[in-house]
Design a protein around this ligand. Structure first.
Ligand SMILES: [Zn+2]
Length: 172
């Protein structure tokens, strides 16, 4: 992926920060999976999208994560060991702690700079179960706004639009 899905800026220019969101259906972990959708978005556009989430919805999301997600549980260990095997960063849902092999649907998020992927808060994997819980926290107004934003940049084949129907589910 070399272009922002929204503004189409070139992401591979050194120092350009962006996020990748990819939804997939794993079969037996990452050894085999099908991609539901994936896109890359530059930080300014990701910021715009995040701003569409109402203050009320954002409060609910933050509360959900503070109750369900301990970033120190596994993240710190990976960082301390300078573990650069990406599979170790993605093999468990950061919210539910379910291993990839037990999931039928999940999304992975990565933060990149130019051609490099950054290790830190990202990358991480969220199970479909946790994503559904997060979407339930969003107000109808926020969901409508995200839909409108999504429709602006999804003008590709209808197949892709269908794939994006359930996403993007942003909370980076
Ligand atoms: Zn952009």
């Amino acid at each position: 992926m070399d272009k922002c899905i929204s503004c189409e800026c070139n992401l591979l220019v050194s120092g350009t920060e962006y996020v990748i969101e990819k939804a997939l259906k794993p079969y037996k972990g990452y050894s085999s999976y099908s991609t539901i959708f994936e896109y890359a978005m530059c930080m300014p556009c990701a910021g715009k999208m995040r701003n569409l989430i109402s203050a009320h919805s954002m409060k609910n999301i933050n509360q959900y994560f503070s109750q369900n997600f301990d970033p120190n549980r596994t993240r710190r260990k990976l960082l301390e060991n300078e573990n650069s095997d990406v599979e170790n960063w993605l093999n468990r849902c950061i919210v539910k702690d379910i291993i990839i092999g037990d999931l039928s649907e999940c999304q992975v998020y990565a933060q990149c700079s130019g051609e490099q992927m950054l290790l830190g808060h990202f990358p991480y994997m969220v199970s479909g179960v946790a994503l559904d819980e997060v979407v339930d926290l969003l107000s109808q107004e926020t969901l409508d706004d995200l839909d409108k934003f999504k429709n602006e940049f999804v003008d590709g084949p209808s197949e892709f639009q269908d794939l994006l129907q359930s996403g993007p589910k942003v909370f980076f």
